[in-house]
Design a protein around this ligand. Sequence first.
Ligand SMILES: *Cc1c(COP(=O)(O)O)cnc(C)c1O
Length: 471
Amino acid sequence: MGKNQAKQYLRQIPGVDAVLQMEAVRVALSRHPRKLVLDAIREELDETRKQILESPGTPAAIDPSELARSIAERADRLAAFTLRPVVNATGIVIHTNLGRSLLPEEALARLQTVCRGYSSLEYDLHSGERGSRHVHAEAILRELTGAQAVLVVNNNAGAVFLILNSLARGREVVVSRGQLVEIGGSFRIPDVMSSSGAILREVGTTNRTHLKDYVSAITDQTALLMKVHTSNYRIVGFTKDVPLNELATLGRERGLPVVEDLGSGCFINLTQFGLHGEITVQETLRAGADLVSFSGDKLLGGPQAGIIVGRKDLIEKCRKNPITRALRVDKMTLAALDATLRLYRDERQALEKIPTLTMIGLSAEELNGRAKQLASAIQGADPQATLRVEVRRSFSQVGGGSLPAQDLPTFVVAIQSGDFSPNQIEEFLRRNDPPIIGRIESDHFIMDLRTIMPQQIELIALAFRRIAEPL
Ligand SMILES: *Cc1c(COP(=O)(O)O)cnc(C)c1O
């Protein structure tokens, strides 16, 4: 495009005052703060200018009403929440990118009750004096795990950091090489260890570690023996791992605390769902761990938190560490955690009322029924039959780094369209309100019923109605 032509188009761009008078922009002004609409106008005009200067071809003449509409849409986008509810159709129950565990109704209700007004967060109602926030989830955690003492912090990465910094700064921590795991990219055991000031003493090989490896690594510099639950991968084949009870015996003989980072942390035996390898917190303590740390929002099914349970003297050292103040949990976490934990007093109640456990426990028969329901709702929204809708068997994952290599049999709805590719369907649904997140598999768009709530079936069908509409 010639310089003069570009100049001519640039001159067509209206000024901010003129834009403010346009109909769609005036509607935007009635919905959003003036500052936000002005930002949207500036961004849109800048982009239009840039397009004119950079575009190799001749741009179409500027249409003022289209410009106003783009500005209004941009203002809507700027005003929208970035943290929004989505439909999880991936079948990954503890999906870290989609917010991990859904809170039980009991926890949501408690959150409202406690956070609507003032609370006894750090106020001792018996003495009328300053109290400690650490007491709130403590009683129930001790009751459920049988631990002497408890400390709740912001998340499990924080809990591991706090344990190492409090008990092993400047000294050595012995860990099996096969357990130096990375969790979700941002949490690597070796990195957490070095930033905590503890010195990593790796023992064994990737696939095999023996008790004698630990024994020969112990020196007068050793602060503790650590075990990390390899929660998101599994080594199979020629492997050897030292059982916790043997490590605990060694720790007692040498006067060294044994710490286990359990990762997920579960109170209920999941073998009833055909899931193996996730040892409970209670069992870990009984096997002799001095401290155990785990997440609040993985298999436990509560809010984000890092929970440390175990020996009182060690917990006391962690509590006295000034870093504890930087990792402290707020009243929202404590209220939701306490209410979630109370559900575990009755295992049947926990399985029924904690969404993470309920979803893991859904039977194939139930999921098949729901898949048929979703399939027929979608077909009902597609009278021209532009979509091919099928119910299929597949597998869901627990996720959240729990139970790797163990899949739960499920039923999915698989979709193909005569008009759109699976990628286009995926993008369309991702842009829906609420966004629907599924996956693409062998040229189909797939939705797993395990993580879709029954009341979401209609809104998914509604989104497909728009895909199925004639072009
Ligand atoms: C998930 C996990 C963590 C991190 O827990 P967050 O609560 O996400 O901070 C640490 N260790 C293990 C073994 C884990 O699985």
